[in-house]
Design a protein around this ligand. Structure first.
Ligand code: AHR
Length: 509
């Protein structure tokens, strides 16, 4: 900040000659786990006035489409490590009710693989299926794959046909377990044990379908003691057999340190770069030309340290778990995490916002009642709608602010995506400053003539503002004033603590 109290401008230059990579559509994925009310009274609630004949809530599906979700990871999460897929198919009245040890709840199996595939078909979403490498292993993964993807003529594929699905599901992307590095995981393993099991499972699954895209479990967080050593060991065992390694990243404000919380993406970018370095190190040691990409298949703001405000008994069906209510501040951090993923589009080729409905989610519902958008809905929907194409290299020259956890951090966090067909460019930018507007100057001369299409902002005079069932539209994006483009230079003022989308269209003179 200057002595007079005004913040100096942040600036960067956009030039199509300097690109990072193409955004893979799977970066706009999400996650549905059998956890709390994500499935039951979330996406699925027979008897709800908006439910269709299959029990899927059409009001929720409408919001899912608006959100622009491309893939959904299923059925967990920690849940998958005790998952018995065969319980979740066939006539509903014959499906068993079981204990879910991961969340100490009761699983009725009323919603299962069939219903999930129905949900995907109705929303145009690509399924991303996880296999159970906790209580189960190679044989079970093969059986599930055969049930799901083999056309017919075998006991398992004919079982699917008998269950009413003649066409195979054609699930392409498969996660080899979930967070197997975490001691909380059912069937938790050492890196050596997991690496071997993942390799054996991948090899066998590829004997059925060589072209599957497989994700090995990386670390459940950058803070876990085994981080990086885990990835190296697992990849040594699986390098030729998998396509992706996963990373999971959750952030929350700790002890009121908002400045550090607003800089969470510094940690995420470092995490991503460390995983990339580890992948490439293993590749070099194996003298392989193959490149392993990253699937950030759980990411979000998650208040893990806050007590659950809802009364929950053990072994309830679909209790209220992890129902975080997101503020404007959370949405700004969330947007910044999205920016971090896009800034690594060359290696982050899949990501799953954890999760989709009710459980740390952008969409909330009430049983028998409404569905609404949380604050975090907006950055995701805008990025999915306009952040398609090629990510341009953005080297920010920005004033900084001090943080306890990350040292001096730039006030501006930004990325830009160009649609090569139309020449349109969309800038996504966050002002991390809590009290002052941040002047922004973007040199567009390398792009040719562009005009401003819109500048939308998510910010509020109350940074704690949230959307609720009673006030579902308390926080929505608004248009910025005063943003201009002239002589190839854009000038804007980013409101304090704000998420911004600035769209530029190519001028056809
Ligand atoms: O998304 C909630 C939980 O977080 C998932 O079940 C687990 O994989 C992670 O620890």
């Amino acid at each position: 900040m200057s002595e007079s109290g005004t913040t100096p401008a942040a600036r960067f230059t956009l030039d199509p000659a300097f690109a990072i990579g193409d955004v893979h559509p799977r970066v706009y994925g999400s996650f549905v786990e059998h956890l709390g009310r994500c499935v039951y009274t979330g996406v699925y609630e027979p008897g709800h006035p908006a439910a269709d004949a299959d029990g899927l809530r059409q009001d929720v599906l409408e919001l899912v489409r608006e959100l622009g979700v491309t893939t959904v990871r299923y059925p967990g999460g920690n849940f998958v490590s005790g998952y018995r897929w065969e319980d979740s198919v066939g006539p509903r009245e014959e499906r068993p009710t079981r204990l879910d040890l991961a969340w100490r709840t009761t699983e009725t199996n009323e919603f299962g693989l069939r219903e999930f595939m129905d949900f995907c078909a109705k929303t145009g979403i690509e399924p991303m299926m996880a296999v159970n490498l906790g209580t189960r292993g190679v044989e079970d993964a093969l059986r599930l794959l055969e049930y799901a993807n083999h056309p017919d003529g075998t006991e398992l594929s004919d079982r699917r046909v008998a269950h009413g699905d003649k066409e195979p599901y054609g699930i392409k992307m498969w996660c080899l377990g979930n967070e197997m590095d975490g001691p909380w995981q059912i069937g938790h393993k050492t890196a050596e044990e997991y690496g071997r099991l993942a390799a054996e499972t991948a090899r066998a699954m590829r004997m059925i379908e060589p072209d599957l895209e497989l994700v090995a479990c990386g670390s459940s967080g950058s803070g876990i003691e085994t981080f990086a050593a885990w990835e190296a060991t697992v990849l040594e065992a699986t390098y030729d057999l998998v396509d992706h390694i996963s990373l999971h990243a959750y952030y929350e404000e700790i002890d009121g340190d908002r400045d550090s919380f607003l800089a969470s993406a510094v940690d995420l970018e470092h995490f991503i770069e460390a995983v990339v370095a580890t992948c490439d190190h293993v590749g070099a040691r194996l003298k392989s030309k193959k490149r392993i990409n990253l699937s950030c298949d759980e990411w979000n703001v998650w208040y893990q340290k806050r007590p659950n405000p809802h009364q929950v008994e053990d072994w309830q069906v679909a209790p209220r778990l992890l129902e975080d209510v997101y503020s404007v501040t959370d949405a700004v951090v969330f947007g910044s995490l999205l920016i971090a993923l896009l800034r690594h589009a060359d290696r982050v080729t899949a990501a799953s916002l954890a999760q989709l409905v009710n459980v740390i989610a952008p969409i909330m519902t009430e049983p028998g009642g409404p569905a609404w958008r949380q604050t975090t809905f907006y950055p995701f929907a805008q990025a999915s709608a306009y952040g398609r194409g090629r990510v341009l290299r953005v080297e920010v020259d920005s004033p900084t602010y001090p943080t306890a956890r990350f040292g001096d951090v730039p006030l501006l966090h930004a990325t830009a995506v160009t649609d090569e067909e139309t020449g349109a460019v969309t800038v996504f930018a966050v002002n991390r400053g809590q009290t002052r507007a941040l002047p922004l100057t973007i040199d567009l001369r390398g792009l040719g003539a562009h005009t401003l299409a819109e500048h939308l902002v998510l910010a509020d005079s109350d940074p704690e503002a949230t959307n609720t069932a009673d006030r579902p539209d308390r926080v929505t994006p608004h248009s910025a004033t005063g943003t201009t483009v002239s002589d190839g230079v854009l000038h804007a003022e980013l409101e304090p603590l704000s998420w911004n989308m600035i769209r530029l269209t190519s001028r056809q003179d």
